[in-house]
Ligand binder design. Structure first.
Ligand SMILES: N=C(N)NCCCC(=O)O
Ligand SMILES: [Zn+2]
Ligand SMILES: [Zn+2]
Length: 317
């Protein structure tokens, strides 16, 4: 079998030369099919505060040029054991949120015919809803492993049902989620009221707070996470604001007291052996970034997920 087409070799072509695909990977059209397709969704019409996540995909791609081929902690070549390719961006309507959601769902359906799984770079968190609709069609009810400062299970803003604070309530109402397997990680900060948490529980979510990392420790958190997920199909949705603003200032609704990038990367690494069927990284808003801090964090989070997918693809059934 032909080995996967890998990234451009950084010892032959400078990293900063050539087209800015994720990690200098080939475009999806160049390889026809992939195990993992990386797709950008430059959309931020669902935000409640600072705009700018529409520029997230290009920022994360730009910050991903330094990736190297070998992941030592997982002993895997994420681009060698599986074909990873960059599918470019979906062209979503910034003026019509409902149409945009539909375009994303259809885009994800189309890409699912050409790749085993999708890693989506947002974009604001609204985009998780159509991505879950598409996944549900193939996998049935999904366990959402949701990294975020925010619950994103609120009902409406200004009466609007589709926003970046509401995707998981809509997904739950539509029956897309497995209520026995959903979990938020990294929750913190002020809420609108105590009812937010009661509603969230009723929708099928459990909460690991940012504070739990300190109170119970990293391995207690990852043990609890893996127990909750079991062998269910898991969608990993990562809002970059799960990180403390010190590690991810470039985002739209920052909250103090968040995870370190080391904690997040380690937590993701323990997903080896879980049935990860798709993932997103959302809410990178480069206008508030400094020195590419947030872009680099997001690119490394993506690499970590690719390493997990690579390890899972090579493990024996
Ligand atoms: N999904 C993100 N990043 N934020 C949701 C915050 C919604 C709010 O303004 O209450
Ligand atoms: Zn958030
Ligand atoms: Zn969010």
């Amino acid at each position: 079998m032909k080995p996967p087409a890998g990234p451009v070799d950084a010892s032959r072509v400078p990293r900063f030369a050539g087209p800015a695909t994720f990690a200098k990977l080939p475009e999806l059209d160049a390889v026809a099919e992939a195990d993992v397709a990386i797709v950008g969704v430059p959309f931020d019409s669902g935000v409640s505060y600072r705009p700018g996540a529409r520029f997230g995909p290009s920022h994360v791609r730009a910050a991903s040029k330094l990736m190297r081929p070998y992941h030592p902690a997982l002993d895997v070549h994420p681009f060698g054991v599986q074909q990873v390719a960059d599918a470019g961006d979906l062209a979503v309507n910034p003026f019509d949120l409902v149409e945009a959601i539909d375009t994303i769902e259809r885009g994800a359906d189309g890409l699912a015919e050409r790749s085993r799984s999708l890693l989506t770079i947002g974009g604001d968190h609204t985009i998780a809803l159509p991505l879950l609709r598409s996944l549900h069609r193939r996998h049935g009810p999904i366990s959402v492993l949701h990294f975020d400062a925010h619950l994103d299970t609120w009902d409406t803003y200004f009466g609007a049902p589709y926003t970046h604070g509401t995707p998981f309530r809509r997904a739950s109402e539509e029956g897309l989620l497995d209520p026995e397997g959903c979990l938020h990680v990294g929750i913190r900060g002020p809420l609108y009221g105590a009812q937010d948490l009661a509603d969230d529980r009723a929708l099928g979510f459990q909460v690991v707070s940012a504070d739990d990392y300190q109170t119970h420790g990293l391995s207690a958190v990852t043990d609890r996470m893996k127990e909750r997920l079991g062998d269910r199909p898991v969608y990993v949705s990562i809002d970059i604001d799960v990180l403390d603003p010190a590690f991810a200032p470039g985002t739209g609704t920052p909250e103090a007291g968040g995870l370190t990038s080391r904690e997040l990367l380690h937590t993701l690494r323990t997903l080896v052996g879980c049935q990860v069927v798709g993932a997103d990284i959302v809410e990178v808003a480069p206008a508030y970034d400094h020195a590419e801090i947030t872009g680099i964090a997001a690119a490394h989070v993506a690499y970590e997920l690719l390493a997990v997918l690579g390890r899972n693809s090579t493990s024996q059934p």
